[in-house]
Ligand binder design. Structure first.
Ligand code: GLN
Length: 303
């Protein structure tokens, strides 16, 4: 096997040598001010070894990456019933697009676009107080990561609530189709708060170990569900950049507008990358580049 510590060190140097960092998300003011010139990567292999380079101790807003965990929880609570409320097809539209929702009568295309993630959060909420649903989400992620030191950044949640006109529009539009079980603002409050969880790449890669489906990794859900989550990450995890990511990187991944990506090499590795500047699809620019290089060098592909 190629020497991972050396590859990661070189990757960190290469990424920093080029000053096209992309642009941090600007619709959440708390994220807009972040210095884009940051990069971190952590790889955890199936034997449990942890390799990191760059700013791997810096916490960042994991945002949409939490949608993988809320989906795992929603499927655990309601099983396949969730699929009557959300589809499993790539959307071919932006993460926050509303146009398809009208044409398809309030059933979002997949659980990773915002509309679908709001419905998934609504399923996790299921008549409980938001505080209780959030406690379950945070605990699931802490257990997956093997770390209690993972928290919600209240300032980020508040910032998104104040400026989340798109998501309010999506939630109320969903409610107009009777697609939500809870009051839209309550579902949305829960959604904004789980998106505002912060992790380092080390913690994020740890939290993705259960998706590797490898023998000595934490087993939080069934093998069948691990495969299905990975399938959705491959087809829908990067919004309308999912095809390009599958083509260039060749492994399942889930991005967030905080600039993080969680990528899984089934049976082999859990990888977290972070760089806050985004590409035109709203996915981390350098994160995507780094994963493409690493997957090529390690000969990691599901194909
Ligand atoms: N909280 C963000 C939003 O709803 C998550 C989007 C993302 O990370 N792509 O807009």
């Amino acid at each position: 096997m190629a020497d991972l510590p050396t590859l990661l060190r070189n990757l960190n140097t290469t990424m920093r040598a080029d000053d096209n960092w992309g642009t941090p998300a600007n619709y959440i003011p708390e994220l807009a001010g972040i210095n884009p010139a940051q990069f971190a990567i952590t790889v955890i292999t199936a034997d449990g070894a942890v390799y990191s380079a760059g700013d791997c101790d810096t916490r960042f807003s994991v945002q949409s990456i939490t949608k993988v965990f809320t989906l795992a929880i929603a499927l655990g609570r309601s099983g396949d019933q969730l699929w009557s409320r959300v589809g499993r097809e790539p959307s071919g539209s932006a993460f926050n697009s509303i146009v398809q929702l009208e044409r398809e009568q309030g059933r979002p295309r997949n659980p990773f676009i915002n509309a679908g993630a709001i419905v998934t959060t609504d399923e996790v909420l299921a008549g409980r107080a938001p505080r209780d649903a959030l406690a379950e989400i945070v605990q699931f992620i802490r257990t997956a990561a093997g770390s209690e030191d993972i928290h919600i950044n209240e300032a980020v949640a508040a910032s998104e609530t104040q400026h989340g006109h798109r998501n309010f529009a999506l939630a109320h539009f969903l409610a107009s189709f009777d697609s939500l079980k809870n009051p839209p603002d309550m579902t949305l409050g829960t959604y904004f708060h789980h998106c505002a969880l912060e992790m380092t790449t080390t913690q994020l890669a740890q939290s993705g170990r259960f998706l590797m489906g490898a023998a000595n990794m934490p087993k939080l859900i069934s093998t069948a569900r691990v495969r299905r989550l990975n399938a959705l990450m491959l087809t829908c995890g990067h919004y309308d950049g999912s095809g390009d990511f599958a083509y260039r990187v060749g492994i399942p991944g889930k991005s967030g507008v905080g600039g993080g990506i969680l990528a899984i090499v089934p049976g082999k590795a859990s990888i977290a990358v972070w760089s806050p500047g985004l590409n035109r699809y709203g996915n981390s620019h350098k994160g995507t580049e780094a994963l493409a290089t690493l997957a090529r060098q390690m000969n990691w592909s599901i194909f």
